[in-house]
Design a protein. Structure first.
Length: 495
């Protein structure tokens, strides 16, 4: 029918500013203040903090002559206009007494220093603080002693995990093909614009990995599917900086597990624990490359926050994950989650990235990761996965979807927004021999309306090849929609 688009979608579940207002009330008058040891003519005692003005404004009762008005010191006038006569002090005797006192003090200080080997150090400075003139005074650094690698119960400490198992953790650089010539708004740039279509590899991402297995001259690296799925080649960086070229073994989008291999042996292989034995509140250590290899093998520690958390994958499947509060950031994906026995209990896979959430990381349990990886190494795909064997497109992509959904609702299939419009049936599918054709629609599976495609993926996730499911098919003929049921034996998905 013309209203349907022929684009295929393969149904495969795997695939203070300064305040200047304060001013002097005497404008154009500048006062320079200094300490004075002279007694004020109007006061009998000395004041060492007395302010002395080097500029005195003219007084209205100043009877001095113009020649006297420029004098630098203020002299109080008498009522007859003559300044008072001050007697000169005999300063010679005073000066000698002062000099003698100073010499006596210096001599006493010298005698004290010679006798004790010390110089008085609490000399008061002009700002009121005390200075220490003993140049031999130094701050010393003490040895903190050895950091324990195990606690009293024989469990590893966080430092112990890092010391003993960090060499099993690696960094992964992902490369993908990039054309050396790009067409930018019809203006090309790059090498040889005369039809040269040679491709170059460019680094497209970085992640983390775990040395998981050594066999037949190869070492296998466990990581996340989303780290390597779009790469064309890979490089592994060990903890000591050694690099190896790596090759794709396989990946599984449903569990978000992938495997690479390198042609070397003798590396430190990680040990894996039974993740079913993980308990709530257990301490864990995450090692990976947050932000890429620049921060390679960073260590964070926390606790198991929850078990069997269902986390949706990008293809509609839920994977039950271990929730942790250890910091997990982009680049940590594929890294190891250790228990305090030094065993890997999970593969760090994702983090809720939101300002409302903090400390919510997720790891694929080791049992799921190991089972998936072993199958990928053995046959290149995850064995035992079931599928229908069709390609399809969602009903929501068609322009007349609202009219079709309204008609299906009248037939008892309310909110069938996950209806799958069949484009093609594989030759090995059980549906190939049951008259199913292009544009037929799957509106229900095992009696459950397809309110979303998750309804189908959930059924397939719980099924095995050879199991039978009941499908409700809707078909448009002569501008009418008819429905019928059909049994379908599931086949094995091979990637």
């Amino acid at each position: 029918m013309n209203e349907f688009d022929n684009n295929e979608e393969y149904y495969d579940p795997n695939s203070a500013k300064a305040d200047n207002s304060s001013k002097s009330t005497e404008e154009n008058t500048t006062y320079h203040y200094a300490y004075s040891n002279q007694s004020d003519s109007g006061q009998g005692g000395q004041n060492p903090y007395q302010r002395t003005s080097y500029y005195t404004p003219p007084q209205s009762n100043d009877y001095r002559s113009p020649s006297d008005s420029t004098s630098a010191s203020f002299q109080e006038n008498t009522g007859f206009g003559n300044p008072p006569v001050k007697k000169k002090k005999n300063k010679v005797v005073t000066t000698l007494v002062i000099v003698f006192a100073i010499c006596l003090i210096i001599s006493l200080i010298g005698i004290y220093a010679a006798a004790t080997g010390k110089v008085p150090s609490n000399k008061k400075t002009d700002d009121g603080n005390h200075s220490n003139n003993n140049s031999s005074a130094q701050v010393t650094v003490e040895d903190q002693g050895a950091v324990d690698s195990k606690d009293t119960d024989g469990k590893y400490t966080v430092a112990g995990i890092a010391e003993n198992f960090i060499d099993s953790c690696v960094g992964i650089t992902v490369y993908k093909q990039a054309n050396s010539y790009s067409n930018f708004y019809s203006y090309g740039y790059g090498q040889n614009q005369q039809g040269n279509n040679s491709d170059n590899e460019v680094a497209s991402g970085e992640g983390s990995g775990i040395v998981m297995l050594e066999d037949s001259g190869k070492t296998y690296i466990l990581t996340c599917a989303h780290v390597i799925s779009e790469g064309s080649s890979f490089k592994i960086t060990m903890n000591d900086g050694t690099e190896y070229d790596a090759f794709m073994v396989g990946y599984d989008a449903q569990t978000d597990i992938g495997v690479l291999s390198i042609n070397t042996t003798g590396l430190q292989v990680a040990k894996f624990a039974n993740s079913d034995s993980t308990v709530l509140g257990e301490q864990v250590v995450a090692i990976g490359c947050p932000g890429g290899l620049q921060f390679m093998n960073s260590i964070t520690s926390g606790f198991v926050s929850a078990l069997a958390r269902p986390i949706s994958s990008t293809i509609g499947y839920n994977t039950e994950c271990i929730q942790i509060d250890a910091a997990i950031n982009p680049g940590n994906s594929g890294g190891a989650l250790f228990n305090m026995n030094g065993q890997v209990i999970g593969v760090n896979s994702s983090k809720i990235a939101s300002t409302e959430y903090e400390g919510m990381g997720f790891a694929v349990p080791s049992n799921t990761a190991v089972e998936t990886a072993n199958s990928l190494i053995r046959v290149g795909y995850v064995e035992g996965r079931a599928k229908l064997g069709i390609t399809y497109k969602s009903i929501s992509t068609y322009s007349n979807s609202e009219a079709i959904l309204s008609a299906l609702a009248k037939l008892g299939f309310e909110n069938a927004n996950g209806t799958m419009v069949i484009n093609n049936v594989d030759a090995e599918s059980d549906l190939a021999n049951k008259g199913i054709r292009e544009y037929d629609m799957i509106v229900s599976v095992n009696g459950n309306t397809m309110t979303s495609t998750d309804v189908m993926t959930s059924v397939l996730a719980e099924s095995k090849p050879g199991d039978t499911v009941k499908l409700t098919i809707a078909r448009i003929e002569n501008n009418n929609i008819d429905t019928f049921e059909i049994d379908c034996v599931l086949i094995e998905s091979k990637g």
